[in-house]
Ligand binder design. Structure first.
Ligand code: 9YT
Length: 135
């Protein structure tokens, strides 16, 4: 069994930071669960362009507030504690922090290897176990 606490992840190589968010990666591909599992903080008042072309992601909000806008149709959905969204169509979107930081629990299929961060198009590359880009 795997048991991990946030305090063991913060400030280590398993925390990835960007200008608008921080991702604490609890479970990665090497843990062999078939998905990766993260806590993401989206900073208040920010906007992030995201398009996971190589991954499916489900996201559950457990704190704070914000919104998501899907690019193809301009629909805007509020996000509060208790909201889930699933990017089942690899949906391109804008993720916005609201008046407070948003605390999100995220799962990725296929699982992240560990070092992924958004490229200029909001995409995570598909990496092999050694961190080499496959796609
Ligand atoms: C919700 C979202 O996609 N935020 C960006 C970071 C990502 N969730 C991650 O790598 O944990």
């Amino acid at each position: 069994m795997i048991v991990r606490h946030l305090n063991e992840i913060k400030g280590t190589e398993n925390e990835t930071k960007a200008e608008t968010w921080s991702s604490r990666r609890f479970l990665l591909k090497k843990d062999n669960m078939g998905f990766s599992f993260h806590e993401t903080i989206i900073y208040a008042g920010t906007e992030t362009h995201i398009h996971y072309q190589n991954h499916l992601e489900a996201v559950y909000c457990v704190g704070g507030n914000g919104e998501i806008e899907t690019v193809k149709d301009g629909k805007v959905y509020p996000i509060t504690d208790g909201t889930l969204y699933a990017l089942d169509q690899n949906d391109e979107h804008y993720l916005r922090g609201g008046t407070e930081d948003m605390r999100l629990i995220c799962t990725f299929n296929p699982p992240l290897v560990g070092t992924e961060t958004h490229d200029e198009n909001g995409v995570y590359p598909l990496l092999d176990d050694d961190g080499n880009r496959i796609k």
